[in-house]
Design a protein around this ligand. Structure first.
Ligand SMILES: Nc1ncnc2c1ncn2[C@@H]1O[C@H](COP(=O)(O)OP(=O)(O)OP(=O)(O)O)[C@@H](O)[C@H]1O
Ligand SMILES: [Mg+2]
Length: 275
């Protein structure tokens, strides 16, 4: 059994109270803080427009191309401030983002797409071959389709290509944005199973942005719930799954029935006040 000291894992990524503004005026993140421990799967949850993608892009320094800027707070990786680095420097430090919408190069084959992921790290030919084998081992479907043009593969296969390409950069931490988007439930399950085994067998650390709270909380160890640019709740995934507010507002309710945590809280406060 592990004693208390051994279960204290190292924090790889730390976001401290960041504010993000787009186009100099649109305030989107209003003080977001989170920690990503080494070897864990951390979920960043929340509905449409909550700020999940913005948080991931702030971490991987992809905001500049969107006219966005971190105006307050700081972001550290292994204790080092990383928010002034460019995205490729961050990849060299071991942090890579898999973008929302499974971007791949449509005119390249599946294997060529995977190979594009390898160049940032300057690996040798034999290392690249070994990495490719590792990716095919986790995604046998990609091996079958290695010579197909990526643009003609299915949505699920493209998501696999996007994750596989990230793995080719030999990352330590993978920022995965909305892997379930647009995929049938069975495929979502498959993708998450693979994420879980990559985490358990290869030790990759994940920060996972998801609207699909139900699936994400089954696979993650810890979760943060974002609403309107703020973290409104966080905790171990198991506790969040059993939390009555999370159950009511994020698990098993239709989208149009989803209310805001803050509404519930103030409503309860009012109710207590009246009674
Ligand atoms: N480039 C941009 N310029 C201006 N506003 C933006 C930009 N990108 C996002 N926003 C706004 O920031 C807010 C947060 O968006 P973000 O994409 O981070 O949310 P999200 O949680 O990822 O949502 P979804 O689940 O729909 O992907 C939204 O109100 C969105 O309209
Ligand atoms: Mg998003």
């Amino acid at each position: 059994m592990l004693d208390a000291a051994e279960t204290q894992t190292e924090t790889l990524l730390e976001v401290n109270n960041i504010e993000v503004i787009y186009n100099h005026v649109i305030l989107v993140l209003k003080g977001v803080s989170l920690k990503v421990p080494k070897g864990g799967i951390t979920a960043l949850l929340g509905g449409n427009g909550a700020g999940k993608t913005t948080t991931l892009k702030a971490i991987s320094n992809l905001l500049a191309s969107e006219r966005g800027e971190v105006t307050k707070g700081n972001i550290q990786y292994r204790g080092e401030r990383v928010q002034d680095l460019n995205p490729s420097d961050l990849v060299k430090k071991g942090v890579i983002q898999v973008m929302e919408g499974r971007h791949c190069f449509e005119h390249l084959t599946v294997e060529e797409n995977l190979l594009t992921g390898a160049y940032t790290r300057g690996s040798s030919k034999s290392e690249i071959d070994a990495d490719l084998e590792m990716v095919y081992n986790y995604f046998p479907r990609l091996k079958e389709r290695r010579r197909s043009q990526a643009g003609y593969t299915s949505g699920g296969e493209q998501q696999m290509v996007a994750i596989g390409r990230a793995l080719m950069s030999r990352p330590e931490t993978i920022l995965l944005d909305e892997p379930s988007m647009g995929l049938a439930p069975q495929l979502v399950e498959q993708i998450f199973d693979i994420v879980k085994s990559l985490n358990e067998s290869e030790g990759y650390t994940f920060l996972l942005a998801e609207q699909n709270t139900n699936v994400a909380l089954r696979f993650a160890h810890y979760g943060y719930i974002l609403e309107n640019g703020r973290v409104v709740m966080d905790g171990p995934a198991k506790e969040l799954r059993e939390n009555p507010d999370v159950k009511e507002f994020y698990l098993g309710m239709s989208d149009e029935g989803r209310k805001s945590f803050r509404d519930v809280r103030s409503y309860r406060r009012r109710k207590r006040w009246l009674s």
